[in-house]
Design a protein around this ligand. Structure first.
Ligand SMILES: [Fe+2]
Ligand SMILES: [Fe+2]
Length: 528
């Protein structure tokens, strides 16, 4: 059997074969069929195929051959999770999964295997066993989807929101895999800020890990309470209900993350915390005469130097954003990318596919001596068409009955317009700032930390220390131009720059970054 890993003509219809190529009956049958079909087709319509041995190569083949991929065969020897690949790519090309029930059944649990089969049926994915995958089996699929170019796409315009939600859930197999809302989170969400501390204690006390973290954090130097906080009742009385809510949310999320074995979760958590603290910091008035007592103590926790405070005062983000001070800033920042983690939970291995494309694009950028800059959401949409981490995250947030403001942040933080509410614009800015410190995923390729390193080096070269003036100077030359290019390619909504000049914004981020980083790391250490 001949192997054709890179098709000669990139305009011809293409079948991606995800399997190990050897004389297996289903492969022989498919290739024989292709030979027969090609005998009848003019050269420009002849069907080509590309062989991929693992799921990440399937993603790369899709990227490389864009719209010519008409069918993807996921065979029994594909390295990676073929069910995830089928779910992810089911609206991209016709997917045929061929399984070997002896070696690798859909699941060893018969009931679960049936549920997976039903779910794949719903998505239009064809599943066959090796012995049934004959030429007769492949012929109608190849004719309809490869020769005649029948579409597997979806017409989103014609769907009601409910239909769309159901379809997304089917692709995520959400009913089985969405994490449930943690109990303490639910109880605390039901409490009113003014409810007596005793009631708060009743909600939190049974959850010993969360209780321990709250007391540990409030007794740390950063919170600066003079007497020791021994009980949740004292904690609620001393700190605000809002502070307690924030810590509870962080603890509950952390617990969910710890239940998975994804290796990049720490990166994810650092990104979320950095974004949460930037969200909080940008929303706080830095002018003492505009601060409430609560805002004053929240700002003090960042331990900013006088010079940093003066930069914040000049930038006046809290005024420019027109915030009213009641927004749930920390939670919105912390949860904005919850869809990324949900995607990993619902589509095992999906991050690998996204990361592979990030790496391959970063590699190409390096070769042409450029900084890689592509938003993750575009890569997700490239692979999954109608699903991205915003869509997945807002499905989860709706199931968890989170506040409409937080649901909106989770679902729209990459789609800011002039009319977006202040909280959404704030989180979009804080997310950019968070990416300067801890991007996720693709930490090693993200251009913003690289640009920050260049600013470090430029200031060192001046023999100076970071300040308003030196950062401005560093940003006035090549580094500023590179930054402009990166921001453009990251598709940052331009209306954000109507709020604040973008170089000024990155100057603020750069000067605040060390304190936000130490605040996030301290919080991370205290919360486990
Ligand atoms: Fe995001
Ligand atoms: Fe983010």
């Amino acid at each position: 059997m001949s192997e054709d890993a890179s098709p000669r003509n990139t305009n011809n219809p293409l079948i991606v074969i995800g399997d190990r190529i050897e004389a297996k009956t289903h492969l022989v049958a498919l290739l024989q069929l292709l030979r027969t079909e090609n005998g009848l087709l003019p050269e420009e319509d002849q069907i080509q195929y590309a062989v991929c041995k693992d799921s990440t190569q399937v993603a790369l083949a899709l990227r490389r051959y864009l719209n010519t991929v008409k069918m993807i065969l996921l065979g029994p020897d594909l390295i990676g999770n073929s069910i995830t690949v089928a779910r992810m790519l089911s609206k991209k090309a016709k997917i045929v999964v061929v399984i070997d029930p002896q070696k690798k059944p859909l699941s060893i649990d018969a009931e679960l295997a049936q549920a997976i089969q039903k779910n794949l049926d719903q998505l239009g994915v064809v599943v066959s066993t090796v012995s049934e995958a004959t030429g007769h089996f492949f012929a109608p699929i190849v004719r309809d989807y490869v020769v005649d170019g029948m579409s597997v796409g979806i017409d989103l315009e014609r769907m009601t929101p409910e239909e769309r939600g159901r379809m997304i859930d089917a692709r995520l197999d959400a009913a089985n895999t969405f994490p449930s809302l943690p109990e303490t989170q639910r109880k605390v969400a039901e409490l009113d800020d003014l409810d007596p501390p005793k009631q708060w204690a009743e909600a939190i006390d049974p959850d010993v890990p969360t209780r321990t973290v709250i007391l540990r954090l409030l007794n740390s130097a950063r919170y600066g309470f003079r007497s020791r906080v021994e009980t949740i009742e004292q904690a609620v009385a001393l700190a605000s209900a809002r502070t307690i809510r924030e810590i509870v949310t962080a603890c509950q999320m952390r617990q969910i993350l710890q239940n998975t074995n994804e290796t990049t979760l720490d990166q994810y958590w650092r990104h979320s915390l950095a974004t949460a603290f930037f969200t909080k910091l940008f929303a706080l008035p830095a002018n003492p005469d505009q601060q409430s007592a609560q805002q004053k103590s929240e700002l003090e926790r960042f331990q900013l130097e006088e010079e940093q405070l003066s930069t914040l005062r000049k930038a006046e983000l809290w005024t420019r954003l027109d915030l009213n001070g009641t927004e749930d800033t920390f939670t919105a920042g912390l949860l904005h990318d919850i869809g990324k983690i949900t995607m990993i939970m619902c589509l095992e291995d999906s991050l690998q596919l996204v990361s592979t494309l990030i790496e391959s694009e970063a590699e190409e950028a390096r070769e042409s001596d450029q900084l890689w800059a592509h938003s993750t959401i575009e890569i997700e949409r490239f692979l999954m068409q109608d699903i991205d981490h915003q869509v997945i995250g807002s499905r989860l947030a709706q199931k968890w009955e989170m506040s409409p403001e937080v649901i909106q942040v989770i679902g729209q933080h990459h789609e800011i317009t002039d009319h977006s509410p202040a909280l959404l614009k704030l989180v979009a800015l804080a997310n950019l700032a968070g990416n300067c410190l801890f991007p996720y995923p693709g930490e090693q390729h993200h251009p913003l930390p690289v640009l920050f390193e260049r600013i470090d080096a430029a200031i060192k070269k001046m023999g100076a220390t970071p300040s308003d003036r030196t950062v401005e100077e560093a940003l006035s030359g090549d580094i500023g131009q590179a930054l402009d290019g990166v921001v453009d390619r990251l598709n940052v909504p331009p209306c954000l720059w109507a709020l604040i000049d973008r170089r000024e914004f990155f100057k603020v981020c750069y000067l605040m970054a060390p304190k936000v980083k130490s605040t996030a790391i301290a919080f991370l250490q205290q919360t486990g």
